[in-house]
Design a binder for this molecule. Structure first.
Ligand SMILES: [Fe+2]
Length: 205
């Protein structure tokens, strides 16, 4: 199935569609800023990175429209299964697995070696892609937690002395305390993967 077909068939509201595109744009921007800050980090250097990030982001909530509200909790697992079964036109088997695992880990438990079959079946280089993509998705998803696209133009900066990244969200987060709380909860995988601290801070207000 094509990505556009997934969106057309399974995303049932305008706000959810806008959320998918917002998460896509934020994820690509975070990836681009990371590449500029850490040009030699091997984790960020992989083939088709843009396509894999973009597709995982657009499809990350695709499983949220099955079985009503009660299905919302494991929608990451539902979405990964749906995409794995229906494949993605033009994607190789390993690329499909990377996208499915990234959808799977955009929320909930972190990848567990041995315990999680799909993740365990991947080669190390593909496991790394999943860690990068899913950890970035968690940040972007938190930034658009309210599905209102209030965060649009983030900038990442890095302080080499303290090994800390700052994500400037371009809006006054004092008015969006919920975003900060969710961001702090969802950032832990990112901090583990990149071995650094990240905080959400706005110095423009
Ligand atoms: Fe989401």
């Amino acid at each position: 199935m094509k990505v556009e077909e997934y969106l057309k068939n399974y995303i049932k509201s305008k706000s959810s569609l806008e959320h998918a595109f917002c998460v896509k744009n934020l994820s690509l921007k975070i990836y681009e800023d990371l590449k500029k800050i850490f040009p030699d980090n091997p984790l960020l250097d992989f083939e088709n990175a843009h396509t894999l990030i973009e597709t995982s982001a657009l499809l990350h909530d695709i499983g949220a429209f099955f079985g009503g509200v009660t299905a919302l909790k494991p929608h990451n697992k539902t979405g990964a299964k749906l995409v794995f079964e229906n494949k993605i036109d033009g994607f190789e088997e390993n690329e499909l697995k990377v996208v499915c695992a990234s959808i799977r880990y955009h929320r909930g438990s972190k990848p567990k070696e041995g315990k999680h079959r799909l993740f365990s079946s991947l080669e190390q280089k593909d496991k790394n892609k999943v860690l990068v993509i899913s950890s970035v998705l968690r940040l972007s998803d938190a930034l658009d937690k309210l599905h209102m696209q209030s965060v649009r133009d983030i900038i990442l900066t890095y302080d080499f002395d303290s090994s800390a990244l700052t994500l400037n969200p371009g809006i006054n987060i004092m008015f969006n305390r919920g975003i900060k709380r969710v961001f702090n909860k969802k950032k832990t995988l990112f901090e583990e993967v990149f071995k650094l601290k990240i905080c959400l801070k706005n110095d423009r207000f």
